[in-house]
Design a protein around this ligand. Sequence first.
Ligand SMILES: Cc1cc2nc3c(=O)[nH]c(=O)nc-3n(C[C@H](O)[C@H](O)[C@H](O)COP(=O)(O)OP(=O)(O)OC[C@H]3O[C@@H](n4cnc5c(N)ncnc54)[C@H](O)[C@@H]3O)c2cc1C
Ligand code: SF4
Length: 324
Amino acid sequence: MRSFEYVNATNIKTAIALLSEPATEAIAGGTDLLGELKARLRSPRRLVNLKTLAKLREIRYSPQAGLRLGALVTLAEIERHPVIRERFSILAQAAASAATPQLRNMGTIGGNLCQKPRCWYYRNKLFPCWLKGGEKCFAEDGENKYHAILGADRCHAVHPSDLAPALIALDATLRVVGPDLDGEISLEELYTKPTESHRQMTILGPNELIVEIRVPTPKKAARGIYLKAMERQSWSFALVSVAAQLSFEGERIADARLVLGGVAAIPWRAKDSERILIGQKFSEELAERAAEAAVAGAQPLRENAYKVPLAKGLVKRALESLAG
Ligand SMILES: Cc1cc2nc3c(=O)[nH]c(=O)nc-3n(C[C@H](O)[C@H](O)[C@H](O)COP(=O)(O)OP(=O)(O)OC[C@H]3O[C@@H](n4cnc5c(N)ncnc54)[C@H](O)[C@@H]3O)c2cc1C
Ligand code: SF4
């Protein structure tokens, strides 16, 4: 790893000013960034340590304002927090399913939402792939067992975070601060499919920071679940995951949000499935149709066709479990 200067941030404004200088990057828990540095995928001259910003460690909740999570709250704190477990259960489930206890103790929610893809060609310096500015996507004809089945274009990597689908299902927003910016965006807006002119998976600029994650209190009659298919029971990214949040009025589904992980470059909102569910009484046939719609248009690669029935099955199981 190339040597670098390490600066403790004293407040958000100075952190942003430092990040506006060349070859400077933010570090929170370091569980993703340090791996990239060791693999020599990037070589910043300076790291700005966000962990000194105590205000970004706060968890606040009120029924009116909802849940407010500072960007430095760790995955372990989310997993264990009694209010999150009770009222925002998908989020606690997603945090508990991620990585390992050690990584959850270090990893922050801000870093988790901004982590880079896990495509093995991306993580290997010897492959100058398209996402890193090269000409070719090596996964397209190469090893693509873990890659995208939906919406891929030049890059077939999948978005790796477990928390992002859960938070999008909960309709979360972010407070984002930059040199000329202090505003709120929906988490869904943060993610973007990489394009020729923007080979990134988020819209964040290098000197913009997520400061807070805001989650509205779910309606009383809402139920949620996070299901994750993994190769092992722990320390494994999602092959496919599903975050589902349904609210009911009597027997009818009044609102539905379904977000899939592990299938696309962004957390994949299954909007057609949501439309099929809203206003209907639950039945097995309805769940089957919604699950079918979630994978409509899937274009698997040579090694990942298994993700299509897996995603369908997971959506159906999530819906049946919520209706039950
Ligand atoms: C072996 C392994 C297994 C894993 N398994 C899973 C898994 O199953 N599910 C899952 O979801 N994740 C998994 N992860 C990823 C892990 O959860 C993330 O590495 C972690 O959450 C990142 O948080 P961090 O604070 O360590 O981020 P850092 O490594 O410090 O930062 C990551 C990136 O985010 C940027 N960043 C950090 N904070 C902010 C902020 N506030 N605003 C803007 N940018 C910011 C940094 O500049 C950097 O680019 C795994 C990681 C490893 C190493
Ligand atoms: S899938 Fe994306 S990250 Fe992986 S090799 Fe292709 S372009 Fe690179």
